[in-house]
Write a protein that binds this ligand. Sequence first.
Ligand code: NAD
Length: 422
Amino acid sequence: MSEMIRRSEISMLDTARHFFDQAANLLKLEEPLRELLRYPKRKLIVTFPIRMDSGQVRHFEGYRVQHHPVLGPTKGGIRYHPEVTLEEVEALAVLMAWKCAVLNLPFGGAKGGVKCDPKEMSIPELERMTRRYAAEIAFMIGPDVDIPAPDVYTSEREMAWIVDTISMHHHGQFMPGLITGKPKILGGSEGRDTATGRGGFFVSLQTLKQLKMKLEGATVAVQGFGNAGAAIAQYFHDAKARVIALSDSRGGILSNKSLDPKAVKRHKAKTGSVVKFKGSDSIINEELLELRCDLLIPSALENQLTKKNAKKIRAKAVIEVANGPTTKEADQILHERGIPVVPDILANAGGVTVSYFEWVQDRAFDFWSADHVDDRLKEFMDQAFQRVWEVHKKERVDLRTAAYMVAVRRVAEAARARGLYA
Ligand code: NAD
């Protein structure tokens, strides 16, 4: 991930718990299981010193949260951000748990983070911090225990440092399966870099089909032009849909033709933003969200669709590529207005699914072609969509509630079968 900047007062943890409680009520989940699954199993806070290039020593705070390893090892990214908190990491670990369960992956949820400003740090400082953080959490990381991956402001470079550091803690034995999102030379998978956008695109195709809408000519507005947003925009453009609007943190662009994401990328590389792309009109981010279009694809930040703008959304459906872009109040309003919202725990699960493929390949030392990864990703995303759509129809609930019901039911079933170790 590259350039994510944000923050907000709305608690993602409250939102995640609200959706869990709703599903647990509908599933009539017994109280002990509800208690177990509502809270994570482990929350670790570490503080550690790093020598900066200036010679000064600074202390950093890092986190790792594991939900429950009921279905298998826990899995989730590591985020670097000045405002990352234990609560945010917990919320994201919980989201990962439900995401893995919707996709039928043999993982629980986890997340990690370090409170730091990577934009203000040199590469050697980042390397020292990453290795020291990895050493601090190493005792709870491993291919059978907990498997990190990249998240905001971390990339394959940090994953390589982490796999090296933790392997060193195991007598230097190289253990590629302990982390995903690595460089290919270290056992990374084909297709990992575009997996979230690709998975979101497959889910969008299923959504269009169910809503009896055509892909060709469908109008699409994408908020956020980073790793996930730029990839999904490209897939729509290539499929002859019309990408009518794009945005980044500096503003948005609008066109009545399809914006070509490759050309927009070149423009952004030169100017630092999508704004002022040739042949486009400028819009502000709020306007993008309220455009009349077939699909609105928030791919930037959490809490973008709120009670303030939910009544003004004119998209026919929303595909949540970002984590937590819709508040619970907005979710209710959109549901009442009959606008389907394909939830994050389904729509952005392509990334963790290809991470799962990477873990499988690393453990078997058998590496797949890009086409094979793509075929299997489609299979996993389509099946997950079908599971959610069936519950949505059968139980007459919105897609988010249906996805949570699928996820919570699966984890609860495994926890019930394992029983209580007391
Ligand atoms: P990124 O940092 O690569 O891109 C984020 C984009 O959002 C940037 O273009 C940035 O300029 C833009 N942005 C920031 N503030 C904005 C604003 N106010 N309005 C409009 N755009 C704004 O991050 P990413 O990896 O693409 O992740 C985006 C979202 O997708 C996050 O919520 C992330 O958690 C979620 N997600 C990503 C992945 C993945 O594999 N990359 C997987 C699952 C979920």
